[in-house]
Design a protein around this ligand. Sequence first.
Ligand code: C5P
Length: 235
Amino acid sequence: MNDRIIVPLDVESPAAAQGIMDLLGPDTTFYKVGLELYTASGPGFVSSLSAQEKEVFLDLKLHDIPNTVAGAVERAADLGVRFLTVHGTGGPRMIEAAARAASGRLTLLAVTVLTSLDRAELSRVWGREVDSVEAEVVRIARSSTEAGAGGIVCSPREARAVSEAIPSGSEVVTPGVRFRDDALDDQRRVSTPAEAFRSGATRLVMGRPITRASDPAAAFQRAVEEGRSAMAGAS
Ligand code: C5P
């Protein structure tokens, strides 16, 4: 269960990231490295996580022509990354090329519609009236997994519809998770760990409720326990 709670290292330097890892200790085994830390620290830091036997979710949200994305996927696989994000809107040929390049060495997670986009902005960007953002999320989730993505990143509120639309056994990874008594920070629509798992999430990305807790290791254990109870209740 511990590897179902992924902690993002949303910090500016390898030293700050190591500080979070030291606070969390050996029970936390899966970390997300996003654009800020990767830009600051590069592939060497990702390799150092693998060398410490931590699993890495490299959240680079790749979106480029198929050949370019395929090359980046191969290099990420060489670093020992377990999850890597690509944009589902890069199209089936981009995802097929990425999946061929991964050749089972890592799992590609597709991002569908960024949660920062609302219906009006999406309609403007795509040049057509979007009736339902969730319908677009489900449509892109389906086409991405058909093209070879092994899972989807989505909000917990979309997890049920997404998990019902994609092959069983696919990953459904959800950020936007808060304990019942937490501050929302900049997240608007959130779910608790138990709610997210009950909705079909296979793993959670949970940052500030853990990293900014007075006892981060205890907060991590609380998320694990909530997940364990939710999974037991669901089976
Ligand atoms: O601290 P918090 O739990 O809000 O961190 C959530 C993590 O998930 C951050 O790394 C954030 O960038 C990422 N994320 C998100 N919402 C999305 C996609 C990614 O919060 N829709």
